[in-house]
Design a protein around this ligand. Structure first.
Ligand code: HAM
Length: 403
């Protein structure tokens, strides 16, 4: 290689995606761990799928903006149109539809996929995010909607959030569509109008009303009554002790597949304006694959907004040190003894890292401290010859004999 003349490669990651250095990875693992534990406590089972899907999967029932402007779509070497999944709902509907005869309903499934959307990166929005998906198939009652919303609520509580830290906003797509029906809109106009309503907060009021007029062909400013289903859901949640759920006429959701209750969870702190969760009932999606309807309700929640929420509310736990013990080895002659000692400690359940630099012991201890490792064990010729090993507590300086 003629390295001297070649332009240096950038160390930046691709626009809108993130590298996960160990500290970020630890945050990610923490969030995933809380998610999994909370949803498994409701009996949800984990599933997975590829990030690659045929592009057609999203054409039928996602939102126009997602499909036309926000997907990563390419043609593969076999001339197939392929999309990096921008959401999991079409995939899970496809998987459930494929095995509809073999699966036992009601079905409770969850997954934590990474999703790709070509969005303008900004606070709470990136081009690759991880999203917990929780979906309940085969139950069409309001109780199923309430269960799914309760799962979302329990997740927030599992992170240590107080009820006042967030709000659950609920609406009913049926009420929205009935209201638009009154305005005599065609199905296409209705879809355009609901998509605009979903973006209401992101547009200046004048621009919003002008866009509505264009989409509907007339002056409208839809505002809808609380439906009976929404009232029943809010009542049932409140009876279950969930008092921060309320009707919000502006929640319509951007995807075309929702058919009933829709909901979003918002941070009470205005620093985070993006929804933390979004979901709802989508009873018709599985029938795109043929066969009978499979009623479904679920939600997605992203890792980015979750992390922002935890940081804003100071709910992020202190990072865990990478090891319990750090073995500081004076010289290569003691390396074999140190390795054997580390193995014994590991066998007893500890996490142990061995410093292999053979620098001055003081420097090795500093290195342990910098990594937040709580205890260091110095191994020199005397220890290797049988002197009892001592663990030094790096916070207090106290020494104790190693178990
Ligand atoms: P969504 O509202 O598009 O719904 O996304 C759900 C959540 O994922 C958002 O509230 C946000 O936390 C996170 N999210 C979405 N896009 C981004 C992004 N570009 N960057 C960071 N975070 C993002 C859905 O995707 C539905 N498929 C959810 C669902 C599941 N409905 C029923 N089941």
């Amino acid at each position: 290689m003629n390295g001297s003349k070649a332009k240096k490669l950038s160390t930046d990651s691709y626009k809108g995606v993130r590298d996960f250095y160990p500290a970020d990875m630890a945050v990610q693992e923490y969030i995933f761990g809380v998610w999994k534990k909370a949803v498994e406590s409701f009996g949800y089972e984990e599933y997975g799928a590829s990030v690659l899907e045929p592009a057609d999967l999203y054409r039928a029932k996602s939102g126009e903006e997602i499909v036309n402007e926000q997907t990563y779509t390419f043609t593969d070497r076999g001339e197939r149109e392929v999309t990096l999944r921008p959401e999991m709902t079409p995939t899970v509907a496809r998987m459930v539809a494929a095995r509809r005869r073999k699966l036992t309903f009601p079905l409770r499934w969850y997954s934590i996929p990474n999703l790709f959307r070509y969005e303008q990166p900004q606070r709470g929005r990136v081009r690759e995010h991880w999203q917990l998906n929780v979906d309940l198939f085969g139950a069409d009652s309001i109780e199923a909607d309430v269960e799914v919303i309760s799962v979302a609520y329990r997740i927030m509580k599992a992170f240590g959030a107080a009820d006042g830290d967030f709000e659950i906003r609920i609406n009913d797509r049926k009420a929205v569509l009935a209201g638009l029906n009154g305005a005599r809109l065609s199905p296409e106009q209705m879809r355009a109008v609901t998509r605009l309503m979903d973006k209401k907060d992101k547009l200046p009021r004048d621009a919003y009303l002008a866009a509505l007029k264009e989409a509907a062909g007339a002056d409208i400013d839809p505002a809808f009554e609380e439906s009976e289903a929404t009232q029943a859901a809010v009542r049932a949640l409140s009876a279950a002790g969930i008092s921060n759920a309320r009707f919000d006429a502006s929640i319509v959701r951007g995807f075309d597949y929702y058919t009933g209750i829709v909901f979003e969870i918002y941070d009470a702190d205005p620093a985070n304006r993006r929804a933390l969760f979004g979901g709802g009932r989508y009873d018709d999606l599985a029938s795109l694959f043929g066969g009978d309807k499979i009623p479904a309700v679920g939600f997605g929640m992203g890792d980015v907004t979750m992390r922002d929420f935890l940081e804003t509310h100071k709910l992020m736990p202190a990072p865990r040190a990478p090891a319990d013990y750090y073995l500081c080895v004076m010289a290569p002659e003691q390396a074999a003894f140190a390795a054997a000692t580390a193995d014994r400690l590991r066998a007893a359940g500890s996490r142990v890292a061995v410093d292999l630099s053979f620098k001055k012991v003081g420097d090795q201890i500093k290195s342990a401290d910098k990594r937040g490792i709580p205890a260091a064990v110095v191994i020199g010729p005397e220890e290797a010859a049988g002197k009892p090993l001592k663990a030094k507590d790096l916070k207090t300086g106290a020494e104790s004999e190693l178990p």
